[in-house]
Ligand binder design. Structure first.
Ligand code: FAD
Length: 595
C-alpha cells in the first residue's frame, strides 16, 4: 500500500479547502484531496453573494454586521468568532478582488452591494446593502478564482480521491488540575481512489477538513448529491464530538416540489412573497424588514401560511415569489440563472408570473467544533494538535442556530484562510506523528464489507426512506413526537443498512460502493441530528419545536455536543454521549428577536 507524506493535507476542494490551500501551499508541502474535481464542489452552486461591510453604496460598518450575525443566529453564536468574521470580511472580499474575481460594479467602479435577509443598518433599523456579488453566480466565480490561484501557486490536487478515515492516535495526558485524559493526535488520512479502487495513506503533520455540508440527509434540498457529510461523520466515528447538529437551515425559496434554490438575492432585488390571497404576508410576521427577515423566520411564516389554508396551487402547498413588478432588464442583469431555473424546471415565466416556492433544506449550522484559529476541539477545551476544520463542515460557531444569507461564502473565505495559515505554521515546528500499526485496516474492512456483503437491501431505497422520514418529521416544524418518529425510523434503517448488497463488485469507478459508504455517513448524521433535536426542548433559530415554542435561555443557552461513546445512552440511543458547551459572549446580551 502506498504511503504519501505531506506537511499539510487538505480534505476538500470547495471554497474553504481551496482558500486554505492557497495559504498552506505557499508555506508548506501541501496536498488537496477531493472526491470531486475541484470546480464541481458545491461552492460553485452558490448564487446570491458574499457579505462584507464595505459601505460602498451606503453607510455600514463591521460592528453592525457582527450584531446582525449574532441576532440572526438567535444568540447561540460564539461572539468572538462573529467579530473575527465580520472584521476580516472586508479583506476577504478584497483578497478575492485582487485574485481576479469579476464582481458586479457600481457606475463609479466600486464593488456593488445588494440587500440580503437579516443584514441591517444600525442594529435592525432597515435593510442594508452588504452582499457583494457577481450576478447570481457568486459561488461559481469564487470557486473558479480560487482554483486558478491554486494552480498559480502549484498546489497539488488529488482529484476523485475519497477520504474515508482520519487517523487519530491517543496518548495519556494530564490536565492542570491533575485529572488524566486521552489526548488525540492526528497522523493522517486514509483514501480510496475512485478510478482504481486503490486504498492509500496520506501521512501529514496537519490535516484540514473542508468537506462541506450534509443536506442529502433530507429529500427536499438545495444541496448537491455529493453533500453527504463525510467529514463530520468521519470525525465523529473517531471520537470527535459534533456540535449543534439539531440546527439545519431551511431556505425559504426552493422551487416548489423540487427544492432547487432560488437565491434570496431575488428578494434582495425587490421580489416579495405572496399567499393565495395575493397578500404580502411577511408584513405581518416581520413588520420592519418584511421579506428580508432571517431565513428561519421567513421559512416558518411560509409554512404557517400553508398550514392555515392560504397556500397556492391545486394542493395549496406552496406560496408565490413575485418578481413581476421588476423590470425584465433588471432581472436579466441581476438574476439571470435563477429565473432560468424557474422557466426550465417549473415552466413559469418570472417576468409575468409569480414563481411557486417552498422551504428547502439548505445548510447545516452545526459540525466539527473548532476555535477561531480553525483548530478542532476533542472536548470543550482540548485542541487536537494538527487537526483543523473550516467551512460548512465546521462549527466555529459563527452561525449559531440560524445562518444569515451570504455569511457562508464569507465564513469559508475567512476561516479557510485562517486554518490554512495555522496548519502550515503548525507543520513547520511539528514532527510527523507515527502512523498506527495497520493504518488502512478500518477502511479496508469497510470497503470489503460493502463490496462482499450479499444482502438484499438496496442503498437507494434506504436512502429514500431516510430522506422521506427526515422531510416529514424533522422539517421547519418539529415536535417531540415527530422527532422520536424520525429516530425510530433511523434505527430501523440502520438495521436494514447492515443487510445491503451492491451490484457492482468492481474496482474502477465503483460509485455503487461509494454511495453505500456515503449512506452510512448520512445515517450517522441523521441520528446525531435527531438525538440533538430531541434533547433541545425549546425553539431557537432553525430548530422550532411545536411542543416548546419559546426560546428558553435559562436552560438552553448552550451548545449541544454529541460524542460517540459505546458505554453511554442518550435519548434511548446507545453509543452516544450528550454534553453541552457554553456560548461565548463578548458584548451582546440576548434580546427578544423581533424584525
Ligand atoms: C444552491 C446553493 C446556493 C448557495 N448560495 C449561497 C450564497 O449565495 N451565499 C452564501 O454565503 N452561501 C451560499 N450557499 C452556501 C455555501 O455555498 C456553502 O455553505 C459553502 O459553499 C460550502 O463550502 P465548503 O468549502 O465548506 O464546501 P463545498 O463547496 O461543498 O466543498 C466540499 C468539498 O469537499 C470534498 N469532499 C467531501 N467529502 C469528501 C471526502 N470524503 N473525501 C474527499 N473530499 C471530500 C468535495 O469534493 C468538495 O471539494 C449556497 C449553497 C447552495 C447549496
Amino acid at each position: 500500500m502506498q504511503v504519501h507524506q505531506y506537511d499539510v493535507v487538505i480534505v476538500g476542494a470547495g471554497g474553504a479547502g481551496m482558500r486554505a490551500a492557497i495559504e498552506a501551499g505557499q508555506r508548506a508541502h501541501t496536498a488537496v484531496l477531493t472526491k470531486l474535481y475541484p470546480t464541481r464542489s458545491h461552492t460553485g452552486a452558490a448564487q446570491g453573494g458574499m457579505c462584507a461591510a464595505l459601505a460602498n453604496v451606503e453607510e455600514d460598518n463591521w460592528e453592525w454586521h457582527t450584531f446582525d450575525t449574532i441576532k440572526g443566529g438567535d444568540y447561540l453564536v460564539d461572539q468572538d468568532a462573529a467579530e473575527v468574521m465580520a472584521k476580516e470580511a472586508i479583506d476577504a472580499v478584497l483578497d478575492l478582488e485582487h485574485m481576479g474575481l469579476p464582481f458586479n460594479r457600481t457606475p463609479e467602479g466600486k464593488i456593488d452591494q445588494r440587500r440580503f435577509g437579516g443584514h441591517t443598518r444600525d442594529h435592525g433599523k432597515a435593510p442594508v446593502r452588504r452582499a457583494c456579488y457577481a450576478a447570481d453566480r457568486t459561488g461559481h466565480m469564487i470557486l473558479q478564482t480560487l482554483y486558478q490561484n491554486c494552480v498559480k501557486h502549484n498546489v497539488e490536487f488529488y482529484n476523485e480521491v475519497y477520504v474515508l478515515d482520519v487517523l487519530l492516535n491517543e496518548t495519556e495526558a494530564t490536565r492542570e488540575d491533575g485529572t488524566s485524559y486521552l489526548q488525540k493526535h492526528v497522523s493522517g488520512v486514509v483514501t480510496y481512489d475512485l478510478s482504481t479502487g486503490e486504498i492509500a495513506v496520506f501521512q501529514a503533520k496537519a490535516v484540514v477538513f473542508a468537506t462541506g455540508g450534509a443536506g442529502k440527509v433530507f429529500k427536499t434540498t438545495s444541496n448537491a448529491h455529493t453533500l453527504t457529510g463525510d467529514g463530520m461523520a468521519m470525525a465523529f466515528r473517531r471520537g470527535i464530538p459534533l456540535e449543534d447538529m439539531e440546527f439545519v437551515q431551511f431556505h425559504p425559496t426552493g422551487l416548489a416540489g423540487l427544492g432547487i434554490l432560488l437565491s434570496e438575492a431575488a428578494r434582495g432585488e425587490g421580489a416579495v412573497l405572496r399567499n393565495s390571497e395575493g397578500e404580502r404576508f411577511m408584513e405581518r410576521y416581520a413588520p420592519t424588514i418584511k421579506d428580508l427577515a432571517p431565513r428561519d423566520i421567513v421559512a416558518r411564516s411560509m409554512a404557517n401560511e400553508v398550514r392555515e389554508g392560504r397556500g397556492s396551487g391545486p394542493n395549496k402547498d406552496y406560496v408565490l415569489l413575485d418578481l413581476t413588478h421588476l423590470e425584465p432588464a433588471h432581472i436579466d442583469a441581476k438574476l439571470p440563472d435563477i429565473t432560468e431555473f424557474a422557466r426550465t424546471y417549473l415552466g413559469v415565466e418570472p417576468y409575468t408570473e409569480p414563481v411557486p416556492v417552498f422551504p428547502t433544506a439548505h445548510y447545516v449550522m452545526g459540525g466539527i467544533p473548532t476555535n477561531i484559529k480553525g483548530e478542532v476541539l476533542q472536548d470543550n477545551d482540548t485542541v487536537v494538535p494538527g487537526l483543523y476544520a473550516a467551512g460548512e463542515v465546521a462549527c466555529v460557531s459563527v452561525h449559531g442556530s440560524n445562518r444569515l444569507g451570504t455569511n457562508s461564502l464569507l465564513d469559508i473565505n475567512v476561516f479557510g484562510k485562517r486554518s490554512g495559515i495555522a496548519a502550515a505554521e503548525y507543520s513547520k515546528t511539528a514532527d510527523f506523528v507515527e502512523l498506527p500499526e495497520n493504518p488502512a485496516e478500518f477502511v479496508e474492512d469497510l470497503v470489503a464489507h460493502v463490496r462482499e456483503n450479499n444482502g438484499t437491501e438496496r442503498v437507494a431505497l434506504i436512502r429514500k426512506d431516510l430522506q422521506d422520514t427526515m422531510d416529514l418529521n424533522m422539517q421547519v416544524f418539529r415536535s417531540g413526537d415527530t422527532i422520536a418518529e424520525a429516530l425510530k425510523d433511523i434505527e430501523s434503517l440502520r438495521e436494514r443498512y447492515k443487510n445491503i448488497g451492491i451490484q457492482d463488485k468492481g474496482k474502477r469507478f465503483n460509485l455503487d460502493l461509494l454511495e453505500a459508504i456515503e449512506l452510512g455517513f448520512l445515517l450517522d448524521l441523521a441520528e446525531v441530528m435527531t438525538v440533538s433535536a430531541l434533547h433541545r426542548q425549546e425553539s431557537r433559530g432553525g430548530h422550532y419545536r411545536e411542543d416548546f415554542p419559546d426560546r428558553d435561555d435559562a436552560n438552553f443557552m448552550k451548545h449541544t455536543m454529541i460524542y460517540k461513546d459505546e458505554d453511554a445512552v442518550t435519548e434511548g440511543i446507545k453509543g452516544m454521549r450528550f454534553d453541552t458547551k457554553p456560548v461565548i459572549f463578548t458584548r451582546y446580551e440576548p434580546m427578544e428577536r423581533k424584525y
